[in-house]
Design a protein. Structure first.
Length: 351
């Protein structure tokens, strides 16, 4: 009996062990599934606290204000100046701060992603400058790499800096600049939301707005939601892409505000406007949408019907001209008549 009890106890322990093991396997498989199936999200930059502001009357404040007025290449040359200023910083530290804050210089890329301690400072004087990032941990070796990167890289800027320069070039964007922007994490993330669209089209949609809108739109994973964000921000490219990619959604799901925005951005002459208007007139939309849609639908003009008259017994050209209120000469000219004589049964065209 004792052995039988021990065997039963052993069986109970085995059952408990198998139950716990099965439960843990289910939990593990669930975690693995959600890890791989969850949509990729875009991490927004973390905000950084400011440190107390410095006055323009300090040597660093004076240096920062003068450096802020310098062009890019001059600030790059200053990266090799090691003259001390104050608070343990050199001239090159303030030149780098201006390059990063004003020109969006891509410091992480210059240093191959090395993470560095950063201190934000602002400068107050006749004008408010900042915040500017100072990097107390940079060595001579770091600065050598930064200078080499700044002088050899054609577009040594962050994604935001590249974006700003593309907007400045407008329709004449250099191919090398566009290529550099399309290699950024921000663009790649946005482009992945629209795998069936041309990357140049996605870039044009982004350039229709501003960088803050681009960063905000990256928080959405649904293409329709992204297009609506850009639509509300005033992107004609987003309006066209929305109609081309999901016309039924635009007709049935968009609210009246977004619908009116599409017409505003596309304009009356766009071929999609008339088709969109025709479909909207078949839905129970508000008066504003209906009235605007009616103006977009082309109504073919009817050709004026030709007015004919058969001459009766006792008629004369003068009598007919008076009846139809036309000039006698016009009536003759319109019917190619050389005289006033007409016979009953003749068909006259009335001008």
């Amino acid at each position: 009996m004792k052995k039988r009890g021990e065997i039963e106890a052993l069986i109970r322990r085995l059952r408990q062990t198998l139950f716990v093991s099965g439960f843990l396997n289910i939990v593990l498989l669930t975690l693995i599934f959600y890890h791989w199936a969850a949509p990729v999200s875009f991490e927004l930059p973390k905000s950084r606290p400011d440190v107390p502001a410095l006055s323009k009357h300090t040597s660093s404040g004076q240096l920062m204000i003068s450096s802020y007025q310098m062009p890019f290449h001059q600030l790059v040359n200053r990266l090799e100046e090691q003259g001390p200023v104050e608070c343990g910083y050199c001239v090159r530290d303030f030149a780098l701060a201006c390059l990063v804050a004003k020109f969006h210089f891509d410091l992480p890329r210059a240093l191959d992603g090395i993470e560095l301690p950063e201190r934000l400072v602002t400068f107050h004087g006749q004008e408010h400058l900042g915040p500017f990032p100072l990097y107390p941990g940079l060595s001579d070796h770091h600065y050598q790499r930064i200078v080499t990167f700044a002088k050899t890289e054609k577009w040594p800027f962050t994604a935001e800096g590249l974006f700003i320069r593309m907007q400045q070039h407008q329709e004449k964007i250099p191919k090398s600049l566009a290529h550099a922007f399309m290699m950024t994490r921000e663009f790649i993330t946005m482009n992945e939301r629209f795998p069936e669209r041309n990357p140049l089209e996605v870039a044009r949609m982004m350039l229709d707005t501003n960088w803050a809108i681009c960063i905000s739109a990256l928080k959405n994973s649904l293409p329709e939601r992204i297009l609506i964000d850009y639509l509300q921000a005033g992107s004609p490219t987003a309006a066209r892409m929305l109609l081309e990619s999901d016309f039924h959604y635009a007709v049935r799901q968009l609210d009246d505000s977004s619908t009116l925005r599409i017409f505003e951005l596309l304009g009356e002459t766009h071929p999609l406007s008339e088709r969109y208007a025709e479909q909207l007139l078949q839905t129970p939309r508000g008066d504003d949408v209906w009235n605007l849609a009616r103006t977009q639908v082309a109504v073919p003009e009817k050709e004026p019907e030709e007015l004919l008259y058969m001459v009766q017994e006792g008629d004369s050209l003068w009598k007919i001209s008076r009846h139809y209120n036309v000039e006698l000469d016009d009536l003759k000219r319109f019917n190619h008549l050389d005289s006033d004589n007409i016979r009953p049964g003749k068909i006259l065209k009335i001008p």
